[in-house]
Design a protein around this ligand. Sequence first.
Ligand code: SF4
Length: 462
Amino acid sequence: MPKPRTQTQTYYLLSLGCSKNTVDSESMAQLLGGSGYRGVEEPARAGVLIVNTCGFIGPAKQESVNALRELADAKKPGQLLIAAGCLSQRYGIELTKQVPGLDGIIGTRRWMDIVDLVQRLRARPYPEPIYHLPESAAVGADEHGVSRTAVQGASAYLKIADGCRRPCAFCAIPLIKGTAVSRPIKAVVSEAKRLEARGLKELVLIAQDTTDYGHDLGLKEGLSELLERLTAEAPGIPWIRIMYAFPGYVTDRQIETMARHPQVLHYLDMPLQHGHPATLRRMRRPANIDWVHNTIGKMRSAMPDLAIRSTFIVGYPGETEEEFQTLLDFTAELKFDRLGAFTFSFEPGTPSEPLGDPVSPEVKDERLARLMEQQQRLSLAKNQLQIGKTLNVLVEGKGDGLSLGRSYRDAPEIDGMVIVEGDLPVGEIVPVRITGAMAYDLTGAVDAAPARVVSRPITLAA
Ligand code: SF4
């Protein structure tokens, strides 16, 4: 009979994947902290090792498996290794074949049961892995007494919903997370007020699809209603940023709300995935290209300084050179301020599985390079238009007489930076006169005069 393990109230939590996973990691850390566990930086010093995995696409999955294997190889007697997150939800018990030495597996839909799982693992008589993957579980809208945010300096990701009901053929998220579940407006607003009281400067609203916020709460314009409440009840937060908008669901009211409220940044992240209607139809994505042009046109006329970010997939099954060229022309014409791109990742179990993966890796990589080369030129040209302007910059770091920050045009972790001369107060927003432009970043110096936000009243189309 093996000797029962010692209780060591420390944990090491590695968070991989997207900002939504980061929020789940923060919530798990709060639950563990609330049960007397202390977080440590070095895995060797922890009693419990947790990896909050990503299960979205091939490279991200491999990164998660590698991280788990590394911890499993170095695991000491008495240490517990738990795989949490999307990879666990997607592959469940199968994961033990890829990562021998796993003690526990908990799905992304049950992050709130992490303490219970650790205690069950501690109490188990035999070293059999424990799987906590209740099939029926939907992602929880309820809070479990913890915040659904991830604070990074003066900025915080605020999760407003989880799961997704869109039919995108290449995407495993609906498989992993289930359908979209919105958090009650009251819960989101009270969380924002708590962050306001802490002096946070930026709220980054996240979900798989923020434009679908509130549909399950019976709200037709849920995101606009939420923005109205946030700006009315948390006026002290200077910046509110919207990520992950779904094409076809950015409404006139949302545009009007963004343009009317100075707190709501003139920035929108709207993954479009492609620019050719035939490719979009095969992706089971909105294929109305005119809608994209019209809506971006409307947004730019309401907010002339609008910064748009989008994301694209190259090498999707059946993508011809002609379809790819259309994507190049589409992005060249719309001139996105920020653009991310990925090569298609074949994902078993998704609706695109029957299409296989016919585009060769060489062609995928070559198309990715061509798209990003073009975007580098476009981004530089966009950045050069900022020279001479004064932008408000949220200072996030400093050293060697320089400070680093982000303007309204830069979402955390994925967009550019502004490099400013001088030692500026970290966590503060300062007006910066832009003096130089690089492909993705800007340079500047503190400006005495505050930055001007440019908005025009929107005339709603008949
Ligand atoms: S909107 Fe589409 S791509 Fe995004 S999470 Fe939902 S199914 Fe996936």
